[in-house]
Design a protein around this ligand. Structure first.
Ligand code: PGA
Length: 254
């Protein structure tokens, strides 16, 4: 049984004060939620403050990116040891916005995964096709290239510590969600690929989140799919009531 994991990717939103307010609210409303893993991913400057609130609670803390070197002359970057120091347990790697606007590639994703694992952070590795790729029937090719590139050189033991987020780029922030069947089809493809790259046991262990306009009203149907094990949520993670309802609706028995 894979436990559902819902992660809020706050992107470039919220001041430190606003982040603290939101987490305080989530702690109150979700204190009894034990069946779903919950993670919030605020901006870097808010991590330390938020970690004081999430410590000892049922809410995990993640960063939105990291650099693969531990320290050195890399102006503007943040490393895995610093994220650990700030209280993180998770880190998003290879989000489509990083790929699209900041030159992230499968090769840099691959290096970042190594840095995260080395320092005991759980990577949430994002993959997904753009609209033109879907429309020209290239979805599976794109996903295969991204998955094999991201995890090349990592062992089955490493893979078991990794979370994958399938996020069709055309569904991110657009209000357009992949249908549960469309999402399930790609999730199954990814899991079958993990069987080929590793083994059945590893493939069955890895949690695969869906991302792209997940809201409280579509969470249940998406999470009910056999290979969808959670969600990476942007817009709907920024409002207390919406995120709380989403987490509650994501608690499905399979
Ligand atoms: P969205 O973003 O929920 O606003 O579509 C998802 C994501 O980018 O992770």
């Amino acid at each position: 049984m894979r436990k559902i994991i819902i992660a809020g990717n706050w992107k470039l939103n919220k001041t430190i004060k606003e982040a603290v307010e939101l987490v305080n609210g989530l702690k109150q409303d979700l204190a009894q939620t034990k069946e779903v893993d919950i993670v919030v991913c605020p901006v870097y400057p808010a991590l330390s403050e938020v970690s004081k609130l999430t410590a000892g609670s049922n809410i995990g803390l993640g960063a939105q990116d990291l650099y693969w070197e531990d320290a050195g002359a890399f102006t503007g970057e943040v490393s895995a040891p610093l994220l650990k120091d700030a209280g993180c347990q998770y880190v998003i790697i290879g989000h489509s916005e990083r790929r699209q606007f900041f030159g992230e590639t499968d090769a840099t994703v691959n290096k970042k995964i190594g840095a995260a694992l080395k320092h005991g952070l759980t990577p949430i590795v994002c993959v997904g096709e753009v609209l033109a790729e879907r429309e020209s029937n290239k979805t599976f090719d794109v996903i295969k290239t991204q998955v094999t590139g991201a995890f090349s050189g990592y062992s089955a033991e490493d893979m078991k510590k990794i979370i994958i987020a399938y996020e069709p780029v055309w569904a991110i922030g657009t209000g357009k969600t992949a249908s549960p069947e469309q999402a399930q089809e790609v999730h199954k493809f990814i899991r079958d690929l993990l069987v080929k790259m590793y083994d059945v046991g590893t493939a069955q262990t890895v949690r695969i989140q869906y991302g792209g306009s997940v809201k409280s009203d579509n969470a249940r149907e998406l999470m009910s799919q056999p290979d969808i094990d959670g969600a990476l949520v942007g817009g709907a993670s920024l409002k207390r009531d919406q995120f709380v309802a989403l987490v509650q609706n994501a608690n499905v028995k399979k």
